[in-house]
Design a protein around this ligand. Structure first.
Ligand SMILES: [Zn+2]
Length: 362
């Protein structure tokens, strides 16, 4: 007869969140979907969920020019700082800035670096950057698509500077993470995998976009059709992301967590829901536990339905905290391939074909 190990007092998960009132001061002149209420909605839901858990807050901390220039072109950084100093205006028709944007944009990047380093040192089990503005559309040399600086890329570059050799970035925002792709296009130290809706903004992210030079095969894109949901995303992680991670063996897992793929999102077109985001959180937990000593951090990108956004962030945290790798099974996306969109399965097969040469046996 075995001895059951029963723990009556669970060890609290130590979760770090990047959170600061300065992120509310980045404000559009009129209505804009990327608005401060996104964060207050998430923070309210988080406070309910996190009561009694070991949640540590990382405040905004202005990223230095040197930190920005690890991911961005130096001339662009100087110009962006100068433009932000003017007070208010637009980087492109979608991407506004206001008097509070400089502190928010720099503070998001620096706060994320600080939280990520705490995860790297093993002080946290997981972290979530709950900041604005988002980052994954900002390229090496341009702000665009609501994004000023690329928070996840700046953080990955900071982790590289701390000596990490292999970082996995998984991007599940409904939009392609073109900026992150651009920054690491030739870099074999960062494996960038994006699931997104296509056709959709910004238009990039085809199966055949796989990186260049030493980075060939380290950019992986799955452009899913309208209406793709939990089941196809689950299959995509199982067939593509996990096998890639098994070969790449990341030392840390970073996730561009956008919630505009929720079925109720006004800017979306996918059919994910809270069960799907919980499953994705759990799958990322499993990958991080298997390869990266559990080191896992999420970065808020899009998500414009305030209620869906808040509940989906909490669902992701639930999955990532207790997920499948730790004995639980997160629901979301069960079902046979016969119930999935044929076009989604075709796109997944095309991506596997595009990167199989680099990653043998996929
Ligand atoms: Zn998005």
């Amino acid at each position: 007869m075995g001895v059951a190990r029963v723990s009556t007092v669970a060890k609290p998960t130590r979760i770090g969140v990047v959170r600061d009132e300065v992120f509310l001061d980045h404000e559009a002149p009129g209505y804009h979907p990327e608005r401060p209420e996104r964060l207050t909605s998430i923070w309210r839901a988080l406070d309910g969920w996190a009561a009694g858990k070991g949640v540590v807050t990382f405040p905004a901390r202005a990223a230095t020019t040197a930190e920005l220039e690890r991911a961005h072109d130096g001339r662009f950084v100087r110009r962006a700082l100068e433009i932000l100093g003017r007070g208010s205006g637009y980087f492109d028709p979608d991407t506004y800035f206001s008097p509070g944007s400089l502190a928010a944009a720099l503070g998001a990047a620096g706060g994320c670096i600080d939280a990520a380093n705490a995860v790297r040192r093993g002080e946290l089990e997981l972290a979530f950057g709950l900041h604005r503005p988002p980052g994954h559309h900002a390229t090496r040399a341009a702000s665009m698509g609501f994004c000023i600086f690329n928070n996840i890329a700046i953080t990955a570059a900071a982790l590289r500077a701390e000596g990490l050799e292999r970082i996995l970035i998984f991007d599940f925002d409904v939009h392609h993470g073109n900026g992150t792709q651009d920054i690491f296009w030739s870099d074999p130290h960062v494996l960038f995998v994006s699931f997104h809706l296509w056709p959709h903004y910004p238009g990039s992210g085809q199966c055949e976009e796989t990186g260049m030079g030493e980075g060939e095969g380290y950019t992986v894109n799955v452009p899913f059709p309208h209406g793709t949901g939990n089941a196809e995303y689950r299959l995509g992680v199982d067939r593509l992301v996990e096998p890639l991670a098994d070969r790449f063996r990341p030392e840390m897992v970073l996730v561009s967590a956008g919630y505009d793929g929720h079925r109720d999102d006004p800017l979306g077109g996918l059919a994910l829901d809270e069960d799907g985001f919980r499953m994705l959180g759990a799958r990322m937990r499993r990958i991080a536990d298997r390869h990266a000593g559990g080191k896992l951090m999420f970065f808020l990108e899009g998500g414009y339905n305030l209620d869906a956004l808040a509940s989906s962030v909490v669902a992701t945290l639930e999955g990532a905290e207790g997920g499948e790798g730790r004995g639980g099974e997160a629901r979301g996306g069960e079902g046979g391939e016969e119930e999935m969109q044929p076009r989604a399965l075709q796109m997944l097969a095309r991506t596997l074909d595009a990167v199989r040469g680099k990653w043998g046996g996929l």
